[in-house]
Design a protein around this ligand. Sequence first.
Ligand code: HEM
Length: 406
Amino acid sequence: MLQLYIALAVVAICIYFKWTLSYWTRKKVEAPPPLPIVGNMGEMIIQKKHYGEVYNEIYRSYPTAKYVGIYKMGTPAVLVRDLDLVRDVLVAKFAHFHDNDFEINTTLDPLLANNPFTARGTEWKNIRNQVSPLFTTAKVRACFNIMKEVGDTLLEYLDSSPEINRSEGVDIKKVMTKFTTDVVASTVFGVKAHAFVDPNSEFVQMSREFFVPSFLGAIKGMIAFFAPKIATILRISFVTENLDRRLRNLIRQLMASREANEKNARKDFVQAFVELKKKDQENRITEDLIVGQAVTFITDGTETSATVMTYTLYELARNPEVQKKVQDEIDRVIEENGQMTDEGIMQLELLDRCIHENLRLHSVAFNMTRICTKPFELPQQFPNEGQPVTISAGTPIIIPMSAIHM
Ligand code: HEM
């Protein structure tokens, strides 16, 4: 009898895989052949390729397609190639694609649940409405002088640190990460991270805990990105209880000291939150929201900006004639303004173009994701070939930016 049950279970599993992994064939949409369980993500699962490389290869294998059907593990998803369709997904048909493809458990990860990068639907809209007043041009520009102070620390470090003059060269990514960590600590939290002088300072350690790769972290990330339902069942969280407690303590102390000493307040984001909270009649500016936004700056702002600066410096080093022109532009603007100012930064047009070109060549994020939130009719897959296909709510959409850029 047991053998019969096992045989029936095996047959049921086979039928299940056959059915789910024939989704695109049934819709007459071309897709690379999937494998059971891993779909098209096998090389990512065995850590042979980054998922961005997997998507890039699929993108290149269908040069005339407007989109390609793929299997994100067992889930049928759409990899978009056509730029009109990209615009539809991101802008024109926003009502059909208003959620991103992250699933964060609000109980296990209350801080990440308050990050607009990961929040969904009404939550996302509420968070954006509450924190948008903090991002006015005037408020961001008010941070310029704080950033300049950190720039002076960077200059001192470049002039005097033994780490810079080593014969084997400089790990510029590390230097840029020290810079962005100090900038976030100063402009957001109003504290000194001392990243240039103390690699083990409390702030540097907290920031590092989000990024330093670990085996367990990689497994957790993979489950959360590619099998979010399993992540929820396994109660996987990204911010550990210990880190959550330390971040909350830091923000509580900072806000209390600001409230006690209003006159000498710095123009940073903790201060902006203190002011926002004072006007908050409905108690919407909660601790989760405030600490969550502070975390957003660390998670979204530190590594991204450091990577962009690293690659820009790398490309300028490879192209000395462009480097010379960028240097001349900076010198001219400093001469005209007497020093570098926030208005002066806006006049650095060539540097701006270099940064944009660098973002094209070395996308910091390989792809953007959305979830189809309302059935949507995709056009013919190939020019003048195939039928329009309707995708249902819940279908993941992948926009492979780095492949499109190249
Ligand atoms: C040059 C550096 C940066 C790059 C390349 C970058 C890249 C990106 C990308 C690709 C997205 C996803 C957009 C989407 O899915 O539509 C995103 C979203 C986001 N980024 Fe950045 N980012 C950078 C710097 C920053 C900084 C400094 C912050 C600081 C707060 C930040 C905060 C965010 C937030 C909050 C979102 C989510 C926005 C939303 O969905 O409402 N990013 N970023």
